[in-house]
Design a protein around this ligand. Structure first.
Ligand SMILES: [Zn+2]
Length: 331
């Protein structure tokens, strides 16, 4: 897959392509005995490997893992997650498990795929609001039909989403971005949680209008993080969010703990302001698979469980209290 990615691009001027160009010349002037052919193949193989290695580190220098879903650890979670918003349809098969689909483009908003005929890897799930107000304003949006690639415009009502956004698990607020100009994700929050085996992972809540927690806070599952919104540094994104408001929701893990000191991190545009928690240093898990696999419950069900008899509740609380222990203690 990496190799296919590499050969799709033209050879750029530079060290590796020059080596590749010089090889055929050298080999066309020698008799093609069996040994030479084997040597030739081995040399080309080696160069291909060097080329792939350079490509994955070249370009923007970012890890290809950021465009590939990771597998869940086999021990899973010690806490049942709750849905990040009041929208229960995101894990309802009648809705095909994904949201924020648009007319003529039914993969928009689905993890792994998005606009541009699925050419852009979409790490998150775009969750539609259940509550919104309209402003009376209309907006013209250009859509592209996923099958025919024809574009067409539709006039949509401008909607302002009102849904609450909740922490899916106990966790720590590792990023609170209140300045929408910093990122295409707009105002967003990243929480850090632990798998049952003690390794950390993240959940991310984007395009919020309001954030109700602070960076560094340790918060309980179900805490209201903020309110769904339409924020983004990108004017096209903001326009689209006016017609199709949604919360971009991700689950992921840090790829490189030393990311902030890498050359790639220093070259980022927009700049990295959150160290190793920069979204470009996060490998995603499929967020809808996550919610389905670990049996996410609604915020209402969560509240009901909390109201259960004292004995049950105490047990839940004491196990929840351990969930965010440091990795070395919980392993
Ligand atoms: Zn999205």
């Amino acid at each position: 897959m990496v190799f296919l990615h590499a050969i799709r691009y033209p050879l750029y001027a530079g060290k590796v392509p020059c080596q590749i160009n010089s090889i055929p010349l050298r080999f066309t002037h020698v008799p093609k005995s069996l040994n030479i052919r084997i040597l030739q193949k081995a040399a080309l193989c080696f160069l291909a490997m060097v080329f792939v290695a350079c490509r994955s580190d070249g370009d923007d220098g970012l890890s290809p893992l950021r465009k590939k879903f990771a597998a869940f650890p086999k021990d899973g979670l010690r806490q049942t997650p709750i849905l990040p918003t009041p929208n229960e349809n995101i894990i309802n098969s009648a809705y095909l498990g994904y949201t924020a689909r648009t007319p003529g483009n039914d993969t928009y908003g689905m993890p792994g795929w998005t606009r541009n005929f699925g050419s852009r890897f979409h790490k998150g799930a775009d969750i539609l609001p259940t509550k919104w107000t309209t402003t009376g304003e209309n907006i013209e949006i250009e859509y592209v039909d996923n099958k025919t690639h024809d574009s067409f415009t539709r006039v949509e009502k401008v909607k302002i989403p009102q849904d609450e956004v909740y922490a899916i698990l106990d966790g720590k607020v590792v990023v609170e971005n209140v300045d929408q100009r910093r990122s295409g994700y707009g105002k967003y929050v990243i929480l850090e949680h632990r798998w049952a085996d003690g390794t950390p992972f993240l959940s991310m809540y984007c395009h919020l209008s309001r954030i109700d927690i602070d960076q560094g806070d340790v918060i309980e599952q179900g805490t209201q993080i903020g309110i769904m919104g339409q924020t983004s540094s990108n004017s096209g994104g903001r326009r689209f969010l006016k017609a199709i408001p949604h919360m971009h929701f991700e689950i992921g893990r840090v790829i490189d703990d030393n990311f902030a000191s890498t050359k790639a991190a220093r070259r980022l545009d927009p700049p990295n302001f959150s160290g190793k928690y920069d979204p470009r240093n996060i490998q995603p898990y499929n967020p809808l698979e996550f919610l389905k696999t670990f049996g996410a419950i609604t915020h209402g069900e969560f509240q009901d469980r909390r109201k259960k008899p004292a004995g049950t509740q105490k047990k839940q609380e004491s196990s929840a209290g351990m969930l965010f222990a440091p990795a070395n203690q919980s392993a």
